[in-house]
Design a protein around this ligand. Structure first.
Ligand code: AOS
Ligand code: ZN
Ligand code: ZN
Ligand code: ZN
Length: 424
C-alpha cells in the first residue's frame, strides 16, 4: 500500500484554515520562529523494525491484522509512517529477526521510501534454532570462551550486514547478568564482557559508532552486567572513542533522574543516543510521552542545552530511536503517537528562554527557573509541529489521516488478518 501525495495535499487543504488560526498566536510569540521550524523539519526519529507488529508479554500475544511478514513489508510500513509525518526517515534493524537477503534490492526499496538504515541491533539474548551453544547463562560474560566467541562472531556479522546496507552504528544490548546471589563473580563477568566487546569494537569500521545499552534488570533479576549508565560509561570509556552509552528511557530503577544522566553523558561526550519509550514501572516500552511527558521535555531541555554548548548538530550527532512494543494498539498508530510526542517535547525544549534561565540560576531564583521551564512545557506547540510537517509535505495530523484513509484496513486486505511479525 502507498499513500498518494495528493491525498495528503487534499487533507491539508481541508484542515488549512483551522491550522492557520491555531498557528497565528504562536508565530507572534516566538522570536526565532523560522529557525525552530527548520530544526523540527530536520529532526528524524528511527523506527525499530520490531515495533511494527503487536508485541506480546510472557502471558500472551494478541496479533493484529495486516502486520508486516517480511523485511520488505517492514520497510513499507516505515515508509507509510514517513509519508504521513516526514519525521520517521530511518529504520533500525534487528538481526536475526530481519535478515536481508539481497542488499541491493533492500537498499533500493528503502531509498524509494526515503529511508536510511539507523543502528543495527544484535541479539545474544535468545537461542536461535540453528545455534551451536546456548546463551542461557549469558553471552559476552559467559564462563565458556566458546560461547563468548559465538556472541562476538554474531555481532561482527551484524556489522557486516549493516555495512552492506549503509548503517553507521551497532547497538549492543546484553541480557547478561544473574538471577541469584553467588551465581556470578561480578568482576570476572565485567572483565569477560569487556574483552568480548573489545573484539567487536576492533571490527567496527572507522566511521561507525558502537552503542552500549544498559538496563537495570530483566530478564536477569539479581544483577545485570551492563546494569546502569555508570557501567555502560565504563565499558564505553575503556573501549574507546567510537563507543558510546545508549539511554533507553525504560531501563532505570524507579524515579531515576534521567535528564541528569543525559546531561552528564553529553558533557563527557559519551552520549550515543536513545531508545525512546515511556514507562510507569520498568521496561514497559509504552508510547513515548504517554506517561511522563514532563520527563521527556526535561530530557530534551538538557539535550538542547548540552548539544548547543558542544556545538553539536541536533539532527545528526546522536542516534534517535524508538524502542516500544505493546499489546493493545495498532502499532503504526502507536508509532505515529510516539514520534509526535518526541517532536512536541523537542519543540517545547527549543522554546525555553535559555538566557533568562541562566540568570535565574545565577541568582538562585528557584521559582523563576521553574516558571521558565514550565512556561515552555505548557505551551501548546502542536500547531508548530504540524506546520513543520506541512512544510515537509507531511500531513497536518498524521493519525487522523491514517484513520480516514483506512490504512490498516488496506494492509489487512493485502496481507491478511492473521499475520505474525517478529518482535519483542
Ligand atoms: C531490551 O530490553 C532492550 O530495550 C533492547 O534495546 C531492545 O528491546 C532489543 O534489542 C530489541 O531487540
Ligand atoms: Zn532498548
Ligand atoms: Zn525499553
Ligand atoms: Zn528494553
Amino acid at each position: 500500500m502507498k499513500i498518494d501525495k495528493y491525498k495528503i495535499e487534499e487533507y491539508n487543504q481541508q484542515e488549512s484554515s483551522k491550522h492557520t488560526r491555531k498557528l497565528e498566536g504562536l508565530v507572534e510569540e516566538i522570536a526565532n520562529y523560522e529557525e525552530i521550524l527548520q530544526k523540527l523539519i530536520d529532526f528524524q526519529i528511527a523506527i525499530p523494525s520490531w515495533a511494527l507488529g503487536s508485541g506480546g508479554t510472557r502471558f500472551g500475544r494478541f496479533p493484529g491484522g495486516g502486520e508486516p511478514r517480511s523485511l520488505e513489508e517492514k520497510i513499507e510500513d516505515v515508509g507509510l509512517l514517513h509519508t504521513l509525518n516526514q519525521s520517521s526517515g530511518a529504520i533500525s534493524l534487528h538481526i536475526p529477526w530481519d535478515v536481508p537477503e539481497n542488499y541491493q534490492s533492500i537498499k533500493a526499496l528503502a531509498a524509494q521510501h526515503g529511508l536510511a538504515f539507523d543502528a543495527m541491533n544484535s541479539n545474544t539474548f535468545q537461542d536461535q534454532a540453528n545455534q551451536a551453544l546456548s546463551y542461557k547463562f549469558g553471552s559476552m560474560q559467559h564462563v565458556d570462551k566458546a560461547v563468548r566467541k559465538q556472541a562476538i562472531a554474531h555481532n561482527i556479522e551484524v556489522i557486516k550486514h549493516g555495512v552492506a546496507l549503509g548503517s553507521k552504528a551497532l547497538t549492543v544490548w546484553l541480557s547478561d547478568g544473574s538471577c541469584f546471589p553467588g551465581q556470578l563473580n561480578f568482576r570476572k563477568a565485567f572483565q569477560r564482557t569487556l574483552e568480548s566487546l573489545q573484539e567487536v569494537y576492533a571490527a567496527l569500521p572507522s566511521d561507525w559508532k558502537m552503542f552500549v545499552e544498559y538496563k537495570a534488570f530483566e530478564p536477569n533479576f539479581y544483577s545485570t552486567t551492563v546494569g546502569d549508565w555508570g557501567q555502560s560509561f565504563l565499558y564505553a570509556t575503556k573501549l574507546g572513542p567510537q563507543a558510546y552509552t545508549l539511554v533507553d528511557l525504560g531501563h532505570h530503577l524507579p524515579n531515576a533522574n534521567i535528564e541528569q544522566i543525559v546531561s552528564l553523558l553529553l558533557m563527557e561526550g559519551k552520549l550515543g543516543g536513545f531508545h525512546f519509550n515511556d514507562s510507569k514501572y520498568g521496561d514497559d516500552d509504552l508510547t513515548a510521552g504517554s506517561i511522563k511527558p514532563y520527563q521527556l521535555f526535561l530530557i530534551f531541555s538538557e539535550l538542547v542545552e548540552g548539544m548547543d554548548a558542544r556545538q553539536m548538530d541536533h539532527a545528526s550527532d546522536l542516534g534517535w530511536m524508538i524502542d516500544a512494543s505493546h499489546n493493545v494498539k495498532d502499532p503504526l498508530e502507536d508509532l505515529l503517537q510516539s514520534v509526535e510526542a518526541i517532536m512536541i517535547a523537542y519543540a517545547q525544549a527549543l522554546l525555553v528562554d535559555r538566557k533568562s534561565l541562566i540568570v535565574a540560576q545565577e541568582e538562585n531564583d528557584v521559582a523563576k527557573a521553574q516558571e521558565i521551564l514550565q512556561t515552555a512545557f505548557r505551551t501548546d506547540v502542536r500547531p508548530l509541529v504540524a506546520e513543520a510537517r506541512l512544510r515537509a509535505n507531511g500531513a497536518l495530523n498524521p493519525l487522523a489521516l491514517y484513520r480516514s484513509l483506512k490504512v490498516r484496513e488496506e494492509l489487512v486486505k493485502e496481507r491478511g488478518s492473521k499475520t505474525v511479525a517478529t518482535g519483542l
